[in-house]
Design a protein around this ligand. Structure first.
Ligand code: HEM
Length: 518
């Protein structure tokens, strides 16, 4: 085993087990937690004490038994040359694999003097994920990347530090429960139907461009209450410019002062201003017209913190709308593109999806059909394993903590390498083979839930997971029902400017299904 040493250290020296601190992990701590396998009560039941960062019982008990985190060794320093470490850090997906292969499942980078850039610890084991993500805020909080996102795009659920984040998450959580997203998640089937209907029998299409179009259309309808067909670029392009700038700037040891008007900063600020304007216009339109079909915007307007009864200000709603565009567009689109591409290479799996949808009949699919699309959901889980849209997630250690048997000093930047863990041969049999059957209920039983984290884990896990899975499953089933896909390339090149996206067009030939079988 590659990280045998660390595991021995974890076994012998673990000073406490943070236990199931997550919003959801507490309820589904056994076996694999998939978005659909979570009991709804778990999503609804926000444990305020835990989210508020009060030390969990297990923390306190563990600390009492083993008060000395200081007894643990520091994570081993990564042996790769500094320049290569730097490049790995910026390559969110494969970078963590390279660092792990050279330095183990918990590895430390010191890229600059501490006063210039804090040390970075990369963890690529399930226990590392649990130790980093499954903690309350007394131990970890957001990072410099989130700080940069906040500075550019405003304060929102994704980038807020714990204290201001908590009431907002409490207010928005009910909007995103499995039951509630059904009210605004249905648009995806219509969008998929519409996009697929423009494909000519036997034509070549770029799956990536098509899925972006489709996702943006559904997002426009459900999240924003506007039709984005004609103005897709007005959202996608500023998002790309802004996020690219944020990631580049955050990972530099030396950052130019904010007042310096560099060309990149000017472009990023203009991009953020564009998005702010779009979000403000949408909010204005919905306030003016309460009958407008924009269920998510109306839900945000109506949302209140159950603890205080406080609603969201217009500025907060505007900034949240931006994060929903940011977090909900590329991610869902990439998952869908990857799933379609993979099915285009595995015709027998494609037929299985088609047979499953055929069982539902010929009408338009609705959120209520989700429970009958088990295999289609497995296909998406497998796509999210091999191509996690969030290739890595970051935190900052707020105090000295134990990460998989190593001491991580306060102030260290922590990175959990989701992509590396999802493809680790020590955790998955034939990890590079696309095999949706891994996610059948039988094969998932007993799997460590911290080895599969496409939506993150712990209190800051994705709030949009049910929405994303609902949308992507309905879209996949709707497309495969009427179209036969043949992928014409064996590779799916990836790039990670911020989230994981296709690095170029993903070509496929499409056939109307009825014509093919005639
Ligand atoms: C396949 C699609 C998606 C994937 C793989 C995904 C993944 C993730 C991950 C890994 C995180 C945790 C980041 C961290 O721990 O720092 C996250 C957070 C978040 N996601 Fe998603 N996401 C998806 C779709 C969506 C959608 C559709 C929305 C909203 C409409 C959304 C909204 C958010 C928000 C607001 C957060 C921050 C939550 C918080 O800190 O309270 N995501 N997402």
């Amino acid at each position: 085993m590659r990280y045998h040493g660390a595991q021995i250290a974890a076994g012998c020296m673990r000073i406490y087990d943070p236990g199931p601190l997550s919003l959801r992990a507490s309820a589904d701590g056994l076996g694999l937690a998939t978005p659909d396998s979570r009991p709804e009560e778990a999503t609804m039941n926000i444990d305020t004490a835990r989210l508020a960062g009060n030390p969990d019982k297990s923390d306190t008990a563990g600390a009492a038994m083993n008060p000395d985190v200081g007894a643990l060794p520091l994570a081993p320093k990564n042996p790769l040359p500094r320049l290569q470490q730097m490049m790995c850090l910026r390559t969110f997906h494969t970078g963590a694999e390279t660092l792990r292969d050279a330095g183990g499942a918990v590895t430390r980078l010191e890229l600059a003097p501490k006063w210039l850039m804090p040390p970075v610890v990369i963890a690529t084991s399930p226990q590392g994920g649990r130790d980093i993500l499954g903690r309350s805020d007394a131990f970890v909080d957001k990072t410099v990347i989130h700080h940069e996102v906040r500075h550019l795009f405003g304060a929102n659920l994704f980038d807020l530090t714990h204290e201001p984040w908590l009431p907002r998450r409490r207010a928005l959580q009910p909007v995103f429960t499995k039951q509630h997203v059904r009210a605004f998640g249905g648009h995806m089937a219509q969008a998929a139907e519409m996009v697929a209907s423009t494909w000519v029998d036997g034509a070549d299409v770029d799956l990536d461009a098509q899925c972006r179009r489709l996702t943006l259309r559904a997002l426009g309808r459900s999240v924003l209450g506007v039709d984005l067909d004609q103005s897709a670029d007005s959202i996608a392009e500023p998002l790309r410019v802004g996020l690219g700038y944020v990631a580049d700037r955050a990972l530099r040891p030396l950052r130019a002062p904010r007042w310096l008007p560099t060309p990149a900063r000017r472009r990023a600020r203009a991009a953020a201003a564009t998005l702010r304007q779009i979000a403000a216009d949408i909010l204005h339109t919905c306030r003016e017209d309460p009958t407008r079909d924009a269920p998510l915007v109306h839900a945000l307007i109506a949302a209140t913190d159950p603890a205080t009864g406080q609603g969201l200000s217009d500025e907060a709603i505007r900034d949240e709308l931006i994060v929903f565009m940011l977090a909900g567009h590329d991610t869902t689109s990439t998952a869908l593109t990857y799933a379609l591409w993979a099915l285009g290479r595995h015709i027998e799996m494609q037929d299985k999806v088609r047979a499953e949808v055929a069982g539902i009949g010929d009408r338009e699919l609705t959120p209520a059909d989700l429970s009958r699309l088990g295999y289609t959901t497995q296909v998406l889980h497998e796509a999210l394993r091999l191509c996690p849209p969030a290739a890595a997630v970051g935190r900052t250690a707020m105090r000295d903590i134990n990460v998989d048997g190593y001491r991580v000093p306060a102030g260290t930047t922590l990175i959990f390498g989701t992509y590396a863990v999802h493809r680790d041969p020590a955790l998955w049999e034939h990890p590079l083979v696309f095999d949706p059957d891994r996610f059948s209920p039988q094969n998932s039983a007993g799997r460590d839930r911290w080895q599969y984290l496409p939506f993150g884990g712990g209190p800051r896990s994705c709030i949009g997971d049910h929405f994303a899975m609902l949308e992507a499953t309905l879209a996949l089933a709707t497309i495969i029902r009427r179209i036969e896909i043949r992928s014409t390339e064996d590779d799916f090149p990836l790039a990670v400017p911020f989230t994981t996206v296709a690095a170029g067009p993903i070509p496929a030939r499409v056939y109307a299904h009825t014509n093919r079988s005639a």
